[in-house]
Write a protein that binds this ligand. Structure first.
Ligand SMILES: Nc1ncnc2c1ncn2[C@@H]1O[C@H](COP(=O)(O)OP(=O)(O)OP(=O)(O)O)[C@@H](O)[C@H]1O
Length: 366
């Protein structure tokens, strides 16, 4: 099943309810939207990348494959969790995606960058199954997805979406927000869910906020609650499916210190790292759409550069600055600091110093 334990700016997907879910659904009935299994939360967007008008209007195909061929030229696709193959998407007369292809492998931390309005969020929504491509295919663990996530039941991978603003359900407590999917879709007892909620909140450095309403939280805390909601899962299942998290502008609108905290939290829930309480991260791979240099530097190992509807460059973050691709050369991301950027193996990240992380969390959010 691809379950969306996400943070979406608008819609809510809900499963057919148990009596317990009926209570929650009634509470948020103002939200309207009926589908399956989506929860919401969000964040907001500043722009560090240049707008289209500052970039060349034509992309020369001769540069297209500069990195495409060198990134990971392997026949072995057994670790590919998600693949977009030649995806097209238009909204009316606006042709946004014009043949987007890429793979997300197990263990990867991938960033999608590109000028504003180029379709980055649209790519995330297509991966998540909230939007269907007009043409092209999306493969989840090697299986082609026919349409929207609500149209089918797929197993093998959970996909979580953490959108721009922390679209928590205003009338639900933090506990109900974080545990929403489990209240809706699991057979776990209230006590079991409550315990997992507390653990998920602890993983993102929050304690004692379970009974608060979203209106009683700071912006940064809301983002962390959204993150806690995206990482919670039903531990009573015999086999827990790997999870890919999709973050849309997770640090937009945050000051530099709060951004650092969120960037490190994103790292900390990844399989290569450990969370706030020292447990190994559970997220198999993640994809971050961002305009922020710091987020790319701290939270991303590999980049996909989307421009004029196509992935025009992809490669490791530290290779971005030396690319000879003319589009990339004009990108404002290629600042000097990028040259020093190395793929972060999380142990070297600030997160590995748990004490320091806790200090920062206390400083920022208390
Ligand atoms: N549901 C929709 N209906 C109509 N147009 C849409 C829809 N969703 C996105 N668009 C349009 O598609 C284009 C790409 O939007 P998208 O949000 O994917 O871009 P983006 O690269 O994420 O932008 P930004 O960096 O500014 O967040 C925009 O012009 C947007 O207005």
């Amino acid at each position: 099943m691809v379950s969306l334990s996400c943070s979406v700016s608008s819609p809510l997907l809900m499963s057919n309810g148990s009596s317990r879910s009926a209570t929650l659904v009634r509470t948020i009935s103002g939200c309207g939207y009926k589908q399956k299994k989506i929860i919401c939360a969000c964040m907001a967007p500043p722009q560090n990348i240049r707008s289209d008008k500052n970039l060349p209007t034509k992309f020369d195909d001769s540069f297209k494959s500069e990195r495409l061929s060198t990134v990971r030229d392997t026949e072995d696709d057994s670790d590919v969790l998600i693949e977009c193959r030649d995806v097209y998407k238009s909204f009316g007369e606006k042709h946004i995606l014009k043949g987007v292809s890429f793979k997300i492998r197990h263990g990867e931390a991938v960033g999608i960058i590109g000028p504003s309005g180029t379709g980055k969020s649209t790519v995330l929504k297509i991966i998540a199954g909230l939007l269907a491509p007009d043409k092209g295919e999306v493969y989840i663990c090697g299986r082609k997805r026919a349409g929207l996530i609500s149209d089918e039941e797929m197993s093998g991978l959970r996909i979580g979406l953490v959108f721009q603003s922390a679209a928590l359900f205003d009338s639900l407590t933090v506990r109900e927000n974080v545990g929403f999917l489990l209240y809706e879709n699991s057979s776990m007892s209230e006590d079991q869910i409550s315990k997992l909620v507390t653990e998920s909140l602890a993983a993102v450095g929050l304690k004692g906020v379970e009974d608060r309403l979203p209106s009683e939280l700071s912006g940064g805390m809301k983002k962390r609650v959204a993150l806690a909601r995206s990482i919670i899962c039903d531990t009573t299942k015999t086999a827990i499916e790997p999870e890919v998290l999709l973050y849309d502008e997770p640090t937009a609108g945050l000051d530099p210190i709060a951004s650092t905290v969120v960037e490190d939290l994103i790292r900390s829930v990844h399989v290569t790292d450990e969370d706030s309480v020292g447990k190994p991260g559970l997220i198999a791979s993640y994809v971050v759409v961002t305009h922020q240099h710091s987020t790319i530097r701290r939270a991303v190992d590999r980049l996909l550069f989307l421009y004029e509807g196509k992935i025009v460059w992809q490669g490791m973050t530290n290779e971005f600055a030396s690319s000879t691709n003319p589009i990339v050369q004009q990108c404002s991301f290629r600042v000097a600091e990028f040259r020093a950027c190395v793929p972060m193996k999380c142990k070297e990240n600030a997160l590995s110093d748990r004490k320091r992380k806790t200090d920062i969390l206390d400083l920022v959010f208390k």
